[in-house]
Design a protein around this ligand. Structure first.
Ligand SMILES: *Cc1c(COP(=O)(O)O)cnc(C)c1O
Ligand code: SF4
Length: 321
């Protein structure tokens, strides 16, 4: 059985990078975490396929551009208290930790996420929960990070219990990559933790149909069977899913897993990610060609995050009748 790969040498030993790439990758790994779980390794067919490209670091990440930003979605100015981001009147993010099961090479929070990352202390968590209790106009608590399903079921359950107990909180939402990247975490204890009285929306990050293995299918079925509403969020990525066929297959695969595609994000300009960017005109043409080919149920909102922090803006395409 394979284990999680965390260093350039681990990747070399599995034949996922070449020996010539090692010096660059050592430099890179000092700055950005690497993690390729056994579940993801099982989905990689070749070292440059659409799954591998999302997780295997490349020297291209060393190239940064002046327009790239450490905080491309401008979370910092909208942080009233550590671990909370509030941009909207009715909903706010809680970021209990900054660790993830995998580290996506295009991550918009790549300057902040990592394995040692940002677990709120007990006092910080209490303060963040007190903020949710005091701000009675917030109706929806959105757990993100990092990946909230990296917490132990007990710890996550404690947070969800506290939020759910607030009378003004009507909805719980969790953004996660765990169902495809580390489905073994959705064990019976975690499933029990995600059984809630108030509606729980689980927004599953996946960018290619090839990411869905049998374990993911089983975990998603269990979630759906216990009343969790599944949403999909994807990023439009060059050489990963920038074709009509790839998007069509991705969104159909999500629907077969009872996941409603919710957002397709334009790439946020985090440092060293320009090789993943799809030009806007190409993106809009792709989506225009895609629309008639898929059921409306498969259609996500195509959005870009405002760099000034004004939130997600729909990008189109525009239609002529
Ligand atoms: C993305 C985001 C949300 C969720 O927005 P929806 O459009 O409701 O999915 C909420 N708060 C912040 C700060 C966000 O960045
Ligand atoms: S799972 Fe999300 S937060 Fe974590 S590295 Fe990937 S994109 Fe970033």
């Amino acid at each position: 059985m394979s284990r999680t790969l965390r260093t350039p040498d681990d990747l070399l030993a599995q034949g996922l990078v070449s020996p010539e790439a090692l010096p660059d990758l050592h430099a890179l790994s000092a700055r950005y975490a690497i993690s390729v779980t056994p579940a993801v390794q099982a989905r990689i067919a070749t070292p440059d396929d659409p799954v591998a490209r999302q997780y295997i670091p490349s020297a291209a990440e060393l190239t940064t551009h002046p327009h790239e930003l450490d905080d491309p979605t401008a979370d910092a100015p909208f942080t009233p208290i550590k671990g909370v981001v509030r941009r909207y009147p009715d909903r706010a993010l809680l970021k209990p930790l900054l660790a993830c099961p995998v580290y996506c090479r295009f991550c918009f929070r790549r300057e902040h996420v990592g394995p040692d990352g940002g677990l709120l202390t007990e006092a910080e968590l209490e303060a963040a929960l007190a903020w949710f209790a005091e701000n009675t106009d917030i109706r929806e608590a959105i757990l993100t990070g990092g990946d909230p399903l990296m917490l132990s079921p007990r710890r996550l359950g404690h947070m969800l219990d506290r939020l759910e107990a607030l009378p003004h909180i009507e909805l719980l939402r969790i953004h996660t990559r765990v169902p495809v990247a580390d489905p073994a975490r959705l064990n019976p204890a975690m499933l029990a933790t995600l059984r809630r009285d108030k509606p729980l929306y689980l927004c599953v990050h996946a960018n290619h149909a090839q990411e869905f293995g049998l374990e993911a299918t089983t975990a998603l079925r269990a979630l759906s069977d216990q009343g969790v509403t599944l949403l999909g969020q994807s990023v439009l990525l060059a050489r990963v899913n920038d074709s009509v066929e790839a998007l069509e297959t991705l969104f159909r695969t999500m629907l077969r897993h009872r996941i409603k595609p919710y957002y397709l994000h334009a790439l946020d300009p985090a440092p060293g990610t320009a090789h993943f960017a799809v030009p806007d005109d190409q993106a809009l043409t792709l989506l225009r060609d895609l629309r008639p080919r898929i059921t409306g149920l498969a259609w996500p909102n195509f959005v870009r995050e405002s760099p000034q922090g004004a939130g997600k803006k729909p990008l189109g395409p525009a239609w002529t009748l």
